[in-house]
Write a protein that binds this ligand. Structure first.
Ligand code: IPM
Ligand code: MG
Length: 360
């Protein structure tokens, strides 16, 4: 029997509640598909930091490298300095494990979820490939004369050829696979590069890496949008996008926009991936402190993160069962919304997904 060791960082706020439902679903599909999951829980969070003053130690990052995958709930606590624990845990994972791809599918599962007029599921089905280890997240910069009228703050965006090339190549490979999955007669796969190379000229490293990699994928159409225009097109014509590749910061921003056009933050999932190595999966939403402990948060983002994790681990059939169940519950209207106003509690929604998986 196949066995996977999965690290679990439930984190802060609604993190533990949605993670619990994700694990419930994982348990269900592992029993049906016949694989074993060993969970290793880690306490790192804002909550834990307030109690212990401990952030993620280096030896734990080494330990994480030996796991098959990691599931994360959400990190962020209102009583902790902004970003301190997020940088330690989330960026610690992304940088420490060199998880250079942040994969963020944006898929509308049911028309009634979409805030855009007349947009149907076939209009919203794209994947954002966010570069995940560079850009303005590289932590290069700082303050001079902090707190004085002469203060200077700097931050440097870092783009390496290697970093751009591997992100772009991943995007093209993904587009190729999506094209094959859609089959003959379907529109050709397309990759859109999103940058700001008009105002930020060094972004032309992306332009060149994109052109370089595109040569190896003659069947994939190429497109380009500046990030401001990308936001506009995502609202006006989301159907134009198939695979999008972009910088770390732009990817962060456009995926919140993307989450809204698929129904809300409650359903958006992501994978922080280094192909072939330990990778981390998480819902896109944060810890949402004001909803914490109320059993009202939507767990579908965490549940779909489990599906993405299983796909990454090669358990395609288990992954597909989860996605199909979520898709069915949303499509049928059984789950009418993916925010806290759905009228269905966090644990009930997890149970509904479990029952739907078992029934189909
Ligand atoms: C995300 C989050 C993180 C990011 C924060 C919590 C550091 O917004 O995963 O999108 O900026 O990447
Ligand atoms: Mg974000």
């Amino acid at each position: 029997m196949k066995r996977y060791t999965i690290g679990v960082i439930a984190g802060d706020g609604i993190g533990p509640e949605v993670t619990r439902e994700g694990l419930k679903v994982l348990d269900t599909v592992s029993a049906l598909e016949g694989f074993q999951v060993d969970l290793v829980e880690y306490p790192y969070s804002g909550e834990y930091y307030l109690k212990t003053k401990e952030l993620v130690p280096e030896r734990v990052i080494d330990e994480w490298r030996t796991l098959d995958a990691i599931l994360l709930g959400a990190i962020g606590h209102p009583d902790v300095e902004p970003g301190l624990v997020e940088r330690s845990v989330i960026l610690g994972l992304r940088f420490g494990l060199d998880l250079y791809i942040n994969l963020r599918p944006i898929k509308l599962y049911a028309e009634h979820l979409c805030p855009l007029k007349d947009k149907k599921p076939e209009d919203v089905d794209m994947v954002i490939v966010r570069e995940n280890t560079e850009g303005f997240y590289a932590q290069i910069g700082g303050h001079l004369k902090r707190g004085t009228p002469d203060e200077v703050a700097t931050v440097t965006g870092v783009y390496t050829w290697k970093g751009c090339e591997r992100a772009v190549r991943y995007a093209f490979e993904l587009a190729r696979q999506r094209g094959l999955a859609r089959g003959e007669g379907a529109p050709p796969p397309r990759v859109t590069l999103v940058d700001k190379a008009n105002a930020i000229r060094p972004h032309d490293i992306w332009t060149r890496a994109f052109a370089h990699v595109a040569q190896d994928f003659p069947e994939v159409e190429t497109d380009h949008a500046y990030v401001d225009a990308c936001c506009m097109w995502m609202i006006k014509n989301p159907d134009w996008f198939d695979v999008v590749v972009t910088t770390n910061l732009f990817g962060d921003i456009v995926t919140d926009l993307g989450a809204m056009i698929q129904g809300g933050m409650g359903i958006a999932a992501s994978g922080n991936i280094h192909p072939g190595q330990t990778s981390m999966f998480e819902p896109i939403h944060g810890s949402a402190p004001k909803h914490a402990g109320k059993n009202t948060a939507c767990p579908l983002g965490a549940i779909l993160a489990v599906s993405m994790m299983l796909e990454f681990l090669g358990e395609q059939s288990a992954a597909a069962r989860i996605e199909a169940a979520v898709s069915h519950l949303l499509g049928s209207g059984a789950i009418p919304a993916v925010d806290t106003g759905s009228g269905i509690s966090t644990s009930q929604m997890g149970d509904m997904v479990v029952r739907q998986i078992q029934a189909s």
